[in-house]
Ligand binder design. Structure first.
Ligand code: GLU
Length: 271
């Protein structure tokens, strides 16, 4: 009898533990842990890259993570992810949130939830100066981009005769362009501009005004983490209202930054 009661208590305890592990909303998990783990890029300036002076990962995406962690009253930890690894890392529970130049779209939203749009850009091409006037100049050529990106899919549609070479990240694709192995690198304009701005031989390259898609960025969270998603969305709207979102934008893209670009969006609630 004693054994049966013991066994029942044991089973009940196991069920309770399993319940908290599997059913807890990330909001509670993060609060209990005292830290939030953000999956970010580490070689995509100005969104996420290693600051050569401090050796820390910094950037627009990291500043959004930091603001959300501060609002939650927890420490921020960042973990580098790639375009291909970010969704598996989130789904497997290795990170709490994706803040990694990630476009929100219906296909991805089948697997994860997205916040309101916190950045807006569009897909373009980085090429050797004077080589490309229109999209037709690129069809049939080799084009570099990153694995697991929307850039890869959009390029296949826009340039059906081209060979799309997918690298782990965009600096590798840019290296292939510099070595003459591809005719262009394609991804979001702001990522291309960030790579271009940091290139030592930047006068040899340009981004022609050829845009093949709109790319609205969302913060990625596990499906069904309603409390966390609501909290993050609420924080984003507050950041827009208080001017903090614009302040982060101006730090990386304002007139005094390396990449002056007008802010063509505001953070608003999704319909
Ligand atoms: N924003 C696009 C995407 O989410 C391209 C940039 C990236 O690879 O992160 O796929």
């Amino acid at each position: 009898m004693k054994n049966v009661v013991g066994l029942l208590i044991c089973m009940l305890a196991m069920l309770l533990v399993a319940g908290t592990v599997f059913a807890a909303d990330t909001y509670d998990t993060v609060k209990n842990r005292g830290s939030m783990i953000c999956g970010v890029k580490d070689s995509t300036p100005p969104f996420g890259y290693v600051d050569p002076k401090t050796r820390q990962i910094v950037g627009y995406d990291i500043d959004f993570c930091a603001a959300i962690a501060k609002k939650l009253g927890v420490k921020l930890e960042v973990k580098p992810v790639t375009s291909a690894s970010r969704m598996p890392q989130l789904i497997e529970g290795n990170i709490d949130m994706i803040a990694a130049t990630m476009t929100k779209n219906a296909e991805r939203a089948k697997q994860i939830d997205f916040s309101h749009t916190y950045f807006l850009t569009g897909q373009k091409f980085l090429v050797k100066k004077g080589t490309v006037k229109s999209l037709q100049d690129l069809d049939g050529k080799k084009i570099g981009t990153a694995k697991g990106s929307t850039s890869e899919q959009n390029a296949k549609k826009a340039l059906p005769k081209s060979t799309i070479l997918s690298f782990d990240d965009y600096p590798q694709a840019f290296l292939a362009l510099q070595q003459g192995k591809v005719a262009a690198v394609t991804t979001d304009e702001t990522i291309l501009a960030g790579l271009h701005a940091k290139a030592p031989n930047k006068a040899q390259f340009e981004i022609p005004n050829i845009q093949i898609s709109d790319e609205p960025y969302g913060l990625g969270m596990r499906k069904g983490d309603k409390k966390f998603v609501d909290f993050v969305n609420q924080t984003l709207l507050e950041m827009e209202k208080s001017g903090e979102a614009k302040k982060i934008y101006d730090k990386w893209f304002g007139p005094k930054s390396d990449l002056p670009m007008p802010r063509v969006f505001r953070i608003v609630a999704d319909k």
